[in-house]
Design a protein around this ligand. Structure first.
Ligand code: NI
Length: 267
């Protein structure tokens, strides 16, 4: 496991931008007018509820670096469960990890997923690079389509495996933008497409968190039987508001997150 937070996040970022060319362009666009780098509010990782690779297994890589569990979330309709983790050093990015609750799917789907996870070696989950090691199993396009019929999330995870699903620009730390609308306008003006599931802006000042995101890039993937373009990762933007005690709200809003998941829909 990694022993340095900055190295871990740098490696995660490299794996992420490799399949998310949009993120590199937007990073440049929003960062071009400020001296220091863009601050990352949080990253998100996805996994299956299988005990070999579930949230707790992924979380260990952060816990050894001083992260602790902060909150839990249930996304009933999407059959997902999630936790978010924070570091005592509040300048470190938050980490949002979700898992597909396999028990809520038909046995045939559970079997498909078990077959994928069976190809992950026990030792793999402990290596330094596990969180950005990608897919550990063979995947044909037929299986991808079957999973897709049941869950966009399951299909995405089957293709990409273990890489960050998104990084998130902290609007609070952008020098030239005060509102999320300004950021959205700038992105749209430059030709980027935003996820409009539930509206382009998710959340409000009242729930202390506003978020928006691009729709995922599409990348050509080598399945065992076909080459096909499928959604990869997206970039998110978050503006946090202060709580009564003056500290910025550090949690996540269930309804926002539910719509953000749709950023990787294959539509
Ligand atoms: Ni997010």
């Amino acid at each position: 496991m990694n022993t340095d937070i900055n190295t871990l996040f740098e490696n995660l970022w490299q794996a992420y931008i490799k399949v998310t060319p949009t993120a590199t362009k937007i990073h440049k666009l929003l960062g071009s007018t400020q001296q220091d780098d863009i601050i990352n509010d949080h990253i998100a990782l996805r996994t299956f509820s299988h005990p070999k690779v579930n949230i707790d297994v992924l979380a260990k890589h952060f816990e050894v670096l001083g992260y602790y569990e902060a909150e839990q979330y249930h996304f009933k309709e999407k059959k997902l469960y999630a936790k978010h983790f924070e570091h005592k050093d509040k300048t470190k990015p938050k980490v949002f990890i979700s898992e597909l609750d396999m028990s809520q799917f038909p046995l045939s789907i559970q079997n498909e997923i078990n077959h994928l996870v069976s190809q992950v070696l026990n030792d793999d989950v402990k290596t330094d690079d596990f969180l950005y090691s990608g897919r550990h199993w063979k995947l044909d396009y037929r299986t991808y389509k079957i999973l897709l019929e049941h869950s966009e999330y399951a299909a995405w995870l089957a293709v990409w495996g273990f890489i960050p699903n998104h990084f998130t620009v902290s609007i609070n730390h952008l020098k030239n933008f005060d509102t999320i609308q300004q950021v959205n306008d700038k992105l749209k003006e430059a030709g980027f497409v935003l996820n409009d599931s539930g509206g382009e802006i998710k959340g409000s000042k009242e729930v202390l968190l506003e978020q928006s995101s691009t729709i995922a890039d599409k990348v050509l993937v080598d399945f065992t039987d076909w080459e096909k373009e499928v959604p990869s990762c997206f970039y998110e933007f978050a503006l946090r508001y202060p709580k009564d005690d003056g500290e910025l709200y550090s949690g996540f809003v269930q309804a926002n997150a539910n719509d953000i998941f749709d950023s990787t829909n294959s539509r």
